[in-house]
Every structure is written in structure tokens, then in C-alpha cells.
Design a protein around this ligand. Structure first.
Ligand code: SAH
Length: 248
């Protein structure tokens, strides 16, 4: 893996098999085959020091659940760095956590530009705070809710990053037109048949007039964003043209 020219990724996880959902299918599967990224999976279980493979322990202070042990996570992280080869020593470390910064397109793009990074997935009540303090550069959340483990959040993050790697999507411009890339929601899409349950495809899309189509799509994006996500709208500085489209 050390000779990879693509993005070098490693995930520390108790359930490495889950990541087949990312590496075997669709856009992220094809990008892997094309060598646009490499993914090393490191299981903390392999760094347990007792014969039961213990990775967690009861929380100090009592209460429910278990906590992932700091020394074992540290050893697994070192394992992840060596799996990444020369890129490993400088790789930033991200931990998935509901207490982290909320994932968004800006953060995805920032990560997509790195040569490598490591993702740590928690389980149980989470990871001993001292490991997070000492070794984790940033915590990232996928939303204000709690799931049972960091694997699905890590896969969400990695899918979002991988599809933004150069060439990962068939059409180089299809990411730019997706929601959020330009601060707006995407426009609605239609395909055949032309009429469906009495509803016709907007006439302009059949016109073949590329200027008019682009204008209509931009207008739809603006309208939807204003209606559905006033919070996004508030952050935008609209051009005179956009303002005119929105007023129409
Ligand atoms: N006790 C913790 C939640 C633990 S859930 C708390 O309330 O903050 C177990 C693991 O799932 C976490 O360590 C984290 O890796 C992952 N996880 C759960 N919800 C998440 C979210 N919204 N975003 C990112 N990771 C999450």
C-alpha cells in the first residue's frame, strides 16, 4: 500500500467486515478498483493483551455500558499508521463521535484534499477520553442522534470523501451540480416517460435550448433552497442574476 498514489485511508474498527459495503459496491467500489484510494482496516481486537481479546472495560464511576480501553486503541492506531506506510506518520486522526463537528460538504472537501487520514470508530459507550485527548485531531459527527457504533458514520464520511476524489464520478462535473457543492440544493431530475400519472416533464427540458435549461435549473435550485433550507440561503451572497431568477 505504501506506493499508492491515491488517498491512503485507514479505519480502526472492531467490525472491519462491515466496510465491504463501501469497498465492494457502486462508485466507491469502482474508485477502489481504479486505485483512487486504498483502505486499511485495523481491528483493536488484534492488539488486546489477554487471551480473551478484551478491548473494553467497565466505566470508572459506575453506570451502564463499557468503555474502549486507551492503551489498546493507541496500539491499534500505531498499527494503522504502519499499514499506511510512508504516509502514515503524518496522517491526521479523525474519531467518529456524536459530540464532534457536524459533517458537511466543506469538511468533506477538506478531507478529500489530504494525502491520507485515519478514522477511528467507537463502540459501546465510546472511547476512553484520554485516548481522544492525546491522539485524535478532530471529532466528526454525522448528526444529532446516536447510532450503535462508529462504522456507519465512518462509511458515510468516507463515501462522501471518495466520490469527491478526482475522476471518481463518471462525469467530472456531476459532483459540482449535486446539492451543497455550490451552497444550493440540487434541481429536480426527470427521465422517460414524458408523461407519468398525468404529470408532464417541464417543457423547457424538452426544448433543447441549453441556455434556457441551465437558467431553469439554476432557478429551481434557488427556489428549493429558499423553501427548504432558509439556513443555507442566509449564508449565500447571491448575484444580481440569481436575485432576479428568484423573484420571477
Ligand atoms: N456515549 C456516547 C455515544 C456512544 S455510541 C455519547 O452519548 O456521546 C458508540 C459510538 O458510535 C461512538 O463512539 C461513535 O464512534 C459512534 N457514533 C454514534 N453516534 C454517532 C454520530 N452521530 N456521529 C458519529 N459517530 C457516532
Amino acid at each position: 500500500m505504501s506506493d499508492t498514489t491515491g488517498l491512503a485511508l485507514a479505519v480502526v474498527t472492531l467490525f472491519p467486515e462491515m466496510f465491504g459495503a463501501l469497498t465492494n459496491w457502486g462508485v466507491t467500489g469502482r474508485a477502489k478498483e481504479q486505485g483512487r484510494y486504498d483502505l486499511a482496516l485495523v481491528n483493536p481486537r488484534e492488539f488486546a493483551t489477554d487471551r480473551h481479546g478484551t478491548v473494553d472495560d467497565r466505566p470508572y464511576g459506575g453506570g451502564p455500558g463499557m468503555v474502549m480501553k486507551a492503551p489498546i486503541m493507541e496500539a491499534a492506531l500505531t498499527g494503522a499508521r504502519s499499514a499506511l506506510g510512508p504516509k502514515g506518520s503524518a496522517a491526521p486522526v479523525v474519531a467518529m463521535s456524536p459530540q464532534g463537528r457536524r459533517l458537511d460538504d466543506a469538511l468533506v472537501m477538506e478531507l478529500a484534499q489530504l494525502p491520507s487520514f485515519i478514522v477511528v470508530a467507537g463502540r459501546y459507550e465510546g472511547i476512553d477520553e484520554r485516548f481522544l485527548d492525546a491522539f485524535v485531531d478532530r471529532e466528526i459527527s454525522v448528526g444529532d442522534f446516536v447510532v450503535s457504533g462508529g462504522e456507519l458514520p465512518a462509511m458515510l464520511l468516507l463515501d462522501a470523501v471518495i466520490r469527491r476524489l478526482p475522476g471518481a464520478l463518471g462525469h467530472s462535473d456531476s459532483a459540482e451540480e449535486d446539492s451543497f457543492a455550490d451552497g444550493l440544493l440540487d434541481c429536480p431530475h426527470y427521465t422517460r416517460p414524458e408523461e407519468y400519472h398525468g404529470q408532464r416533464v417541464p417543457q423547457v427540458l424538452l426544448s433543447g435550448d441549453h441556455g434556457e435549461i441551465a437558467r431553469w435549473r439554476r432557478q429551481q435550485s434557488l427556489k428549493r433552497t429558499a423553501e427548504r433550507r432558509p439556513d443555507l440561503m442566509a449564508e449565500l451572497v447571491l448575484s444580481e442574476q440569481d436575485n432576479a431568477l428568484l423573484e420571477e
